[in-house]
Design a protein around this ligand. Structure first.
Ligand code: T46
Length: 131
């Protein structure tokens, strides 16, 4: 079973010039289908609270900071802090997640498949039934 893990993207540049980081299919654990981003999330709002049957993702905080708590069906729990634009978090399918954002956080999500509400499990008890 795949586990959530940090992916470090290379940084091209230097402090005097600034940096470029690149995500390419060749270097990712899945083929990219779409990219979307979330922003202006109030600090007191916890987002997530769901798992996906099939969707695999890489989340990036291209600005600000995101705290992500994950839980796998075998009970493995982790907490990740994204606060560097070249650090991504791979989230496999069937992984429960909850996220908190600083107000300036911009979350980019690199996704493996199209958006489909049927792909979500939004009820925690329902998620645990799959273990
Ligand atoms: C994720 C975490 C890390 C759409 O209408 N179209 C879309 O393409 C998407 C992604 C969402 N929506 C709707 C569905 C919900 O009514 O927008 C609403 C919020 O979406 P979601 O519940 O997915 O939002 P988050 O912030 O809890 O989750 C987001 C990603 O959407 C999700 O895939 O895993 O960040």
């Amino acid at each position: 079973m795949s586990k959530p893990r940090i992916i470090e993207f290379s940084k091209i540049g230097n402090p005097g010039l600034g940096y470029i980081s690149v995500a390419e299919n060749e270097n990712l654990p899945f083929k990219v289908n779409r990219i979307y981003w979330t922003y202006f999330t109030p600090e007191d709002v916890a987002r997530g609270g769901h798992a996906h049957y099939q969707l695999q993702q890489i989340l990036l905080a291209v600005a600000g900071k995101i705290i992500i708590k994950t839980e796998m069906l075998n009970g493995d729990k982790s907490e990740f802090i994204l606060d560097k634009p070249n650090m991504g978090l791979f989230i496999p399918k069937m992984c429960w997640r909850e996220m908190q954002y600083t107000h300036n956080a911009v979350q980019v999500c690199i996704a493996s498949i199209a958006y489909e509400e049927r792909d979500y499990i939004r009820d925690y008890q329902e998620f645990k039934k799959h273990s």
